[in-house]
Design a protein around this ligand. Structure first.
Ligand code: AP5
Length: 205
């Protein structure tokens, strides 16, 4: 199974991707996580991405496409993957189409998680508060100012993908305002309806 989770910051892409990993045993490919790891490790990619991410902008397409194309080739991604946060621009989507075509692979679904803006802001606020309580390092881009810029990047550069995938009959939209469990169940129902999972696929404990 190969799926894309699409949605603004705080819409629940990472949360749902992790639940789908447990349920279906496929890997989560999060460009945000990969880039944060590169920044933390001080790699050449991390050095290029650091300031852009801290300012709420998008890292250049060629960098993220390079990361994803290498990652898709790894053994654990051969059985399927959930793309979380990629693609984020039309050129990234075109590059992904080309990559998949070249490997004779198809996308099962592009799932847009739709959440209203005030809920996004309060979710990220809650995440920051919870991380602080646990003594974890808070993401540098989780401040109100940078979050506003991340939302603007989403609206201008990522939202056009809704049209891109809708035209290609790949897009499904799920109400991301439901509880986490309800969203997971809605995704499972959708994947069943698309024939992307077997009816007997149960949650793993
Ligand atoms: P990335 O790491 O992808 O961040 P993001 O898209 O801004 O998303 P978030 O991680 O903030 O939110 P999420 O949708 O995963 O929600 P979550 O599940 O955490 O990207 C970071 C940066 O990296 C980008 O700004 C960019 O600079 C760069 N980058 C990454 N990919 C790139 C690309 N392809 N091209 C260029 N640049 C790229 O949930 C949020 C909170 O809400 C959690 O606390 C969660 O518990 C809670 N929650 C989740 N679901 C629900 C629910 N249903 N009800 C109530 N609470 C919920």
């Amino acid at each position: 199974m190969r799926i894309i989770l699409l949605g603004p910051p705080g819409s629940g892409k990472g949360t749902q991707a992790q639940l789908l990993v447990q349920r279906y045993g496929i890997v989560q490919l999060s460009t945000g996580e990969m880039l944060r790891a590169a920044v933390a490790a001080g790699t050449p990619v991390g050095l290029k991405a650091k300031e852009i991410m801290a300012g709420g902008g998008l890292v250049p397409d060629e960098i993220v496409v390079g990361i994803i194309s290498d990652r898709i080739d790894e053994e654990d991604a051969k059985h399927g993957f959930i793309l979380d946060g990629f693609p984020r621009t039309v050129p990234q989507a075109e590059a992904l189409d080309e990559l998949l075509r070249h490997k004779h692979l198809k996308l099962d679904a592009v799932i847009e998680l739709r959440v209203n803006e005030s809920a996004l802001l309060s979710r990220v606020e809650t995440r920051v508060a919870q991380m602080r309580e646990r003594g974890e390092e808070v993401r540098v881009d989780d401040t109100p100012e940078v979050l506003t810029k991340r939302l603007a990047s989403y609206r201008s550069q990522t939202e056009p993908l809704i049209h891109y995938y809708s035209e290609r009959r790949k897009l499904s939209t799920i109400d991301g305002m439901m509880t986490i469990d309800e969203v997971t169940r809605a995704i499972h129902r959708l994947l069943l309806a698309l024939g992307a999972v077997e009816p007997r696929t149960h949650a793993r404990s």
